[in-house]
Design a binder for this molecule. Structure first.
Ligand SMILES: Cc1cc2nc3c(=O)[nH]c(=O)nc-3n(C[C@H](O)[C@H](O)[C@H](O)COP(=O)(O)O)c2cc1C
Length: 219
């Protein structure tokens, strides 16, 4: 498949066919992701690909518990907002466990260039916090890897959805994996999940901003 076709064909997939994804294909997809650029080539990622149904259900339950926690606390303050969040969480977090493969994406910290030097020089915290926060290079590297992962999946006939909305359940999910002795590195934290499988037809993607809106050219 031509790269442009692959890019155009990629959509967030939230419904999957009940068709197995061979481990060879998962490896090919993760290997493609491993070619992504990363700040200082630190490759600050680890991908846990789960087929096991029981484990996927445990992860769904962890997300559901966290969703409910937020909804219940929200309802005490604003019932309408709580209801809106509940709808969102039901539609955009729980489906991940239905995919034939659920990939949990882990990241480890990355110290941005100049961060330690600016700290040493006593720079304003707003500047150093900004490097680790809004401009976080570690997360930018993860974004590059997940994007390549998603494109490779399309090339092989699969669909994915890059998901961060369930990150508030990250610690619970990490504990579940630890209990199963699946992935136990404390210096890594869950930063996304990516369901993977053969897509059901009919997925709809929202439109995009115009080129004029997102692009500035200087001659
Ligand atoms: C960083 C990131 C986080 C996202 N988190 C979620 C999520 O938690 N749940 C979900 O259903 N979609 C999630 N999405 C998918 C976006 O909603 C989707 O990419 C966007 O609406 C454009 O649609 P498309 O991917 O089909 O082109 C996420 C996408 C990105 C890049």
């Amino acid at each position: 498949m031509e790269l442009t076709d692959t890019i155009v064909k990629r959509q967030s997939i939230r419904k999957f066919k009940d068709i197995d994804v061979p481990e060879e294909d998962i490896k090919t997809i993760i290997e493609a992701a491993s070619k992504a650029p990363s700040g200082k080539n630190i490759q600050n990622w680890h991908f846990v690909a789960i087929k096991n149904k029981e484990l996927k259900e445990k992860i769904r339950e962890a997300v559901r518990v966290k969703n409910e926690e937020i909804v219940n606390r929200m309802a005490l303050v604003d019932e309408e907002k709580a209801e809106r969040f509940l709808k969102f969480a039901r539609n955009f977090t729980l489906f991940a466990a239905d995919a034939p493969v659920l990939i949990i994406v882990f990241a480890t910290d990355y110290t941005p260039s100049g961060y330690l030097e600016l700290k040493f020089l006593g720079a304003d915290e707003s500047l150093t916090d900004d490097l680790k926060g809004r401009k976080n290079p570690g997360m930018q590297s993860i974004g590059a890897a997940v994007t390549i992962l998603s494109l490779k999946a399309v090339e092989l006939g699969y669909g994915t959805c890059y998901m961060t909305s369930a990150n508030y359940a990250g610690a619970l999910i990490q504990n579940i994996l630890k209990e199963e002795e699946v992935f136990c590195k404390d210096d890594y934290y869950m930063c996304a999940m990516v369901p993977l499988g053969v897509p059901e037809e009919g997925a709809k993607s929202p439109g995009r901003k115009s080129l004029e809106e997102i692009y500035t050219f200087v001659k």
